[in-house]
Design a protein around this ligand. Structure first.
Ligand SMILES: C[S@@+](CC[C@H](N)C(=O)[O-])C[C@H]1O[C@@H](n2cnc3c(N)ncnc32)[C@H](O)[C@@H]1O
Length: 338
């Protein structure tokens, strides 16, 4: 395990937790300037905006609404597998461990795991959305007073120095956990880079549990991204509000139509905006003109098969130890080992 690197607290609120089982580490992730990333995407220089831009406070709340919709089967499927993962880890782990969660977001999933797997004594949630991260970590630390929590604000695409278990606890192994099928939001080479960094950071012989959505009937896949309540569309289009709020744009949200389609070649759901009329505005002072019918790819969600999982694992220096799947095989937790 790594040592705790010097933190730089840049937030305008107090990072010291008053709870004695919670530590907050802010690596103050240095990211490409948001405006630069947005402009690269709007002008066609990059295929999608970085997914992190979808998760401001409002985006994180909207994502939680998506998870509650009946069409978005992914959450329910994943949660049904977590007690099995808990049992699996109970049988596999011999000593107390620290579980390191990439892109932790809300706390529901880790709660299920901590409840079912006594070997997990410490939890390190890593997320870029700092306020949301701290809020969830504080609630967890109160709910599990016998566990230790280190909330890490960092960019999971970088090599993160994983803090040692806090408060002098000696824990023998790090377990990686990447829920929410977030790994599907990136192309294979990016996912492999993230997993390679994680493998090195978590240390020798670690296990990494990654949640993936499976290739299945196209209608089921596409319906999950077109919920009747409109949460998926609102989540996507929140980025327009964000451009208006933060970069002085004057986009009219109703000038864009949200749509999601499955690309069978790349085995990915693609979330698109199509302009319903010509749109002209400025973003961070740069003029942007989009003709009517212009399409912008906002996000991808890759779907997996056992073959593509094996390929991703081997690109990352892992091998697939097991795949836990739901009875209908819509969703899996892949247990990687190195
Ligand atoms: C799809 S959500 C999943 C949330 C939660 N783990 C779940 O399963 O419901 C993705 C999470 O990853 C976080 N995230 C996105 N980009 C990130 C980055 N570059 N570094 C760290 N966290 C990131 C977001 O803030 C969000 O909480």
């Amino acid at each position: 395990m790594g040592t705790l690197a010097a933190c730089q607290n840049t937030a305008d609120y107090d990072d010291q937790s008053s709870l004695n089982n919670l530590e907050i580490v802010d690596y103050a992730p240095v990211l490409e300037d948001d405006a630069t990333s947005i402009l690269a995407w709007l002008t066609g220089a990059s295929a999608t905006p970085p997914a992190r831009l979808l998760y401001d406070a409002q985006g994180a709340r909207l994502f939680e609404q998506i998870c509650e919709t009946p069409e978005y089967y992914l959450t329910e499927q994943e949660e049904s597998l977590l007690p099995r993962l808990g049992d699996y880890l109970n049988q596999t782990l011999t000593d107390a461990c620290q579980i390191v969660e990439y892109g932790s977001g809300n706390r529901r999933k880790i709660e299920l795991l901590l409840q079912t797997c006594p070997a997990l004594k410490a939890h390190v949630p890593i997320d870029i959305s700092k306020a949301h991260l701290i809020e969830n970590a504080e609630t967890l630390a109160q709910a599990f007073p016998g566990h230790y929590f280190t909330a890490v604000c960092a960019d999971f695409f970088t090599a993160i120095d994983i803090p040692s278990a806090p408060f002098g606890q000696q824990l023998d192994q790090n377990i990686g956990f990447f829920p929410g099928s977030t790994i599907g939001n990136m192309p294979e080479e990016t996912a492999a880079e993230l997993l390679t960094n994680a493998r090195k950071a978590l240390g020798d012989g670690n296990l990494f549990c990654v949640a993936v959505d499976r290739v299945k009937d196209v209608q089921i896949l596409e319906a999950a991204y077109h919920d009747a309540a409109g949460a998926s569309a609102a989540f996507s289009l929140n980025l327009i509000d964000r451009m208006n709020r933060e970069f002085g744009a004057t986009f009219d949200t109703s000038a864009f139509r949200y749509d999601a389609t499955f690309n069978a070649q790349t085995e990915a759901i693609e979330m698109w905006w199509t302009t319903q009329q010509a749109v002209e505005t400025q973003v961070a002072g740069v003029p942007i003109a989009l003709p009517k019918g212009h399409r912008l790819l906002v996000e991808i969600s890759r779907k997996f098969t056992p073959e593509s999982l094996h390929s991703l694992a081997s690109l990352s220096g892992y091998h697939v130890r097991d795949i836990l799947s739901t009875p209908n095989e819509w969703y899996s937790l892949a247990i990687l080992e190195c």
